[in-house]
Structures are given as C-alpha cells and as structure tokens.
Design a protein around this ligand. Structure first.
Ligand code: NDP
Length: 338
C-alpha cells in the first residue's frame, strides 16, 4: 500500500454535526440501530489501494453519520488486507470513537489453504474471527456473519459456532449472508432455541436484482430480523459511471473479476431510462437507486461501496427524497423488468 497520508490533517476531528442528518433504523426487533447507509470495504482497501484515499473514505462516511463499517476476512487483495487497513485507520483516527461504531466481519468463503479455511465449520468460523480481530486490532466485532450457506456442514454446527462466538464476547451480534429463505428461518429458530438472536441477513438487493423479494424479505420480517442490502448500486452499474464509456478508474477497468463490460452493456439501457426518472426527482441515478431501497421499512440499511469521497456524499444525499409516487414505482418496475 502506498503510505501517502501527509495531505490530510493527521489529527482527525469528526464533524460535530454528524448525527443531525443521517437516519437510524432499528435492526429488526433488536435494540440495535443502524445508519440507513452503511459503508463496505470490499474494494479499495487492499494493499493495492491508496491509504490516504482509504482513510478519507472512512472519515467522510463517519462525518456524514455512517456508523457501520462492513468487512469480511478475505476482503483485499490480498485476503485480510482490508481488515489490516481498517485496523490502521481505527488506531489513527477512530481510537476514541470505537463505541460510536458498528464493525462487522464475516467468514464463509475461501480464506486460507487446506480443509479449515472455507465454508461453515465451527473450526473455520472461530479461527477466522480470531484472525480478523488481530488484523483489526479489536477485542470484539459488533456483528459477525456466516458469509454464505454451506450445505455440507450441519446447520446446527454453524449456528453453534455463532452461539459460542456471542457467548465468548468476540461478537456482540451474529448474522448470515446469502442464505435462502428456508435455511434462514431454520438458522433463526436454532439460535432462538439457544437464547441468541440471529440479528441480521445481508443479501444482494438492488433495483435490477430482486431475488430476495419473493421469499427472503418476507421471512426476515416474519422473524423480526434486520436486513442490509449489499451492492445497492449493482457495483456501480446503477450510477452515471458507465453511461458513455468504461472509465479507466472504474471497478470494471480495475478488476473485472466481479463486474465486467458485458454485464454493464446488458443493463446500461435500463440505466439511461432510469436516469430520466431520477432527473425528474432532482436525483442522480445512484441516489434514485438508494432511495428506492430505503423507501419503505423492508430494509434496515443499504450497504454502499465507494472509490471516491464524493460518491459517498452524493449517496448519502439520497436521504433528502425517499418518497415515491405509485406511477414512479410502476415506471421503475417496467424499466427494470424489461
Ligand atoms: P455498490 O453497489 O454500492 O457499488 C459500489 C461501487 O459503485 C463503487 O466502488 C463505485 O465504483 C460505484 N459508485 C458508488 N457510488 C457512486 C456514485 N455516486 N457515482 C458513481 N459511481 C458510484 O456496492 P458494492 O458492490 O461495493 O458492495 C458494497 C459492500 O457490500 C461491500 O463493500 C461489502 O461490504 C458488501 N458486500 C457483501 C457481499 C456478501 O456476499 N455479503 C458481496 C458483495 C459486497 P468505482 O469503483 O467504479 O468508482
């Protein structure tokens, strides 16, 4: 990582006004409030990222009232390095603000070699969380997730690991990500029987990816679980970023593993049409996409990523207009399902 942080004040003093504009929503039936926008460190926090920029992204988020930073064991590259970067910024800038932050991490995908660095065993989850805490320099995370369902490991074992993690004090709450509805309900029931709340589910959800609407979101509501939508901008497709070209500094150009040109080309006509609705509302496409997710109480929070501080500012300003007319919603659906 390029250590180049002389251009910003070394001593960080957060914006005193940071809690005045952000909306905080209750995470299901729990006592925990999450900021309506949360910030994820999947991209732009690895060893290939600029440390000054990474630090600015976190400062900007916090200054705007974003209290929740989301990580996973293998965010980087290389794996683990986003947690290491967060640990450095926590120490430099947020040491006295730990109790104002909700920090999450996850395990479930490929992390280290051999049979114990992947999937959903008790061995993997507990060892991985111990590593994550060391990298971030923390005693505990606020939320620890099982990152994906694992059909090969008994659900009871995975949930027992989450139970033990809460009881050990290494996480205050636990959640799951990418689980389908039925497995989510079972996981919730197993932990409920043990006296622990399965706090939250983290699904992919945005205007053009609605897989979670049919069964998962109703299940979360029924169980009183919270929900936080990842990739709300479809990794940047639902913005102005790709309207005319693939910019050199974009995710597609920088790392085509998760988002490529073909995916952008398949959706870009929808973005052009959505842009005219956004314009009528006085919003950008990104703001429209975020406002649409937050329009009702289906979701606790929207988990954005960013490569530039300006993007975070633009995205938080989506909160200025969260209401939609019926005809706007119909028009959005007809564009997104075309
Ligand atoms: P988004 O859909 O918000 O995409 C973020 C990207 O969109 C940015 O990096 C940037 O791309 C672009 N962007 C953001 N705001 C703007 C704007 N206003 N104008 C133009 N472009 C913009 O989310 P991510 O896909 O990054 O996911 C967010 C978080 O969700 C992750 O960091 C992670 O914490 C979590 N996640 C969880 C997963 C899971 O399995 N549980 C899987 C994936 C993500 P560019 O870099 O091109 O500027």
């Amino acid at each position: 990582m390029k250590i180049n942080d002389i251009s910003q004040p070394e001593n960080y003093l957060p914006n005193n006004d940071r809690y005045s504009k952000m909306i905080y929503r209750r995470c299901g039936n729990s006592g925990l409030l999450l900021s309506a926008l949360s910030f994820g460190l999947w991209h732009n926090f690895g060893e290939n990222a600029d440390f000054t920029n990474a630090r600015t992204l976190l400062r900007t988020s916090f200054d705007l009232g974003i209290t929740h930073f989301d990580l996973a064991n293998n965010y980087g590259p290389p794996y683990g390095s986003a947690e290491t970067t967060l640990g450095k910024v926590l120490k430099k800038d947020f040491a006295t603000y730990r109790d104002e932050l909700i920090i999450s991490s996850k395990a479930g995908y490929d992390m280290w070699a051999g049979p114990y660095g992947n999937f959903g065993s008790r061995k993997y989850l507990i060892a991985s969380l111990n590593q994550s805490l060391k990298r971030m320099g923390l005693d505990y995370v606020d939320i620890f997730y099982h990152h994906r369902p694992d059909e090969e490991t008994p659900l009871e074992e995975t949930m027992d690991a989450l139970y033990q993690i809460v009881r050990s004090g290494k996480a205050l709450y636990v959640g799951i990500s990418n689980y389908p509805a039925e497995r989510t309900a079972k996981a919730y029931d197993i932990l409920k029987d043990k006296g622990i709340r399965l706090l939250i589910h983290q699904p992919r959800y945005n205007m053009i990816d609605r897989w979670s609407e049919a069964a998962l979101l109703p299940t979360l509501k029924e169980k009183g679980m919270g929900s936080i939508a990842f990739s709300p901008l479809a990794q940047g497709i639902l913005t102005d970023r790709y309207l005319t070209k693939i910019p050199e500094d974009s995710r597609v150009a920088a790392d085509g593993r998760y988002l490529n040109k073909t995916q952008v080309e398949q959706e870009i006509e929808k973005v052009r049409l959505l842009r005219s609705i956004a314009g009528r509302r006085g919003q950008s496409v990104a703001q429209l996409a975020i406002a649409w997710l937050l329009k009702d109480d289906n979701l606790t929070s929207v988990l954005i990523g960013a490569s530039k501080a300006e993007q975070i500012k633009e995205n938080v300003a989506a909160l200025d207009n969260l209401s939609f007319t019926t005809s706007e919603l119909e028009e959005i659906n007809s564009i997104c399902f075309s």
